[in-house]
Write a protein that binds this ligand. Sequence first.
Ligand SMILES: C[S@@+](CC[C@H](N)C(=O)[O-])C[C@H]1O[C@@H](n2cnc3c(N)ncnc32)[C@H](O)[C@@H]1O
Length: 307
Amino acid sequence: MSTIHAPVLLNECVDLLITDKSGSYFDATLGFGGHSEAILQKLDSKGKLVATDVDDNAFNYCKEKFKNDKRVSLYKFNFSMVDVIAKIESLDGFDGILADLGVSSFQLDDPKSGFTFRTETKLDLRMDKTKKLTAADVVNELSEEELSLILRDFGEEKNHKKIARAIVRTRELKKIETTSELKELISEFTPINFLTKTLSRVFQALRIYVNDELNMLKEFLERSVEVLKPNGRLIVISYHSLEDRIVKDFFRNESVNQLSPKEDPFGLKTKAARLKIITKKPILPTKEEIDINRRARSAKLRAAERI
Ligand SMILES: C[S@@+](CC[C@H](N)C(=O)[O-])C[C@H]1O[C@@H](n2cnc3c(N)ncnc32)[C@H](O)[C@@H]1O
């Protein structure tokens, strides 16, 4: 298991998530079932685990892994459809919802998945291969300005203008189709000791855009609150500042009775808070965990409880 994907902050997640051993839980990011397996170990025979992943490899692997466990229902839906899934399952809500965002180590390491810039592969970056838009479409079809904004907003890349210009110049001569072609054009003007970090930011930006990750996360959070039972817990592990900011702001907005200044500029209205924040500060992995699993180094866990 650990060779495919080592689950991050595993004990912390499960301890915070499960408040009723016979309850119903939703794993929004099934992956290779590390968190799901630990949740199932804590549940009794009346407990239920519903889980989803848009990635074919992850879904098929877990279909097999959990095939003999009647407490498990698996979906290949976007996690933003958490409310639809609850309806299909005829559940009146979940006692806990977990999202371990981003991509799995398997997706990152498998050359065929197209998530890595470390090996020569087609520029793809789709988690859900049934979707049409690939990273190759983005770099070959969007305008220089649009590319620059994607690199700035989703990659927090300082050289966004320069990279966008280089992409557009290169594709005027030949379509950019592989990870190596993109890597090569960026390496032409990036000092070697900054190259890996720059490439990580560029690939992160393209991945977020291709999968519409930030909007899906916002929808997921909004709909999760609607299908959480009172005292049910929502736990999110994020891996970069853009995701973490969305989770933090959402939890904060949902834990106060005032509307945001954007919704109510004069502070005249009130709303009912729907969440109580459990983690005042995010929970981070220990040094021991990071030593064993480098992917854990950027993880931040935030948890809240439905009021
Ligand atoms: C970090 S991995 C989860 C690993 C999992 N917790 C485990 O222990 O094996 C994230 C997974 O979420 C999936 N994913 C990301 N965004 C998704 C979305 N919007 N809807 C459904 N699955 C998504 C990815 O395909 C990936 O398999």
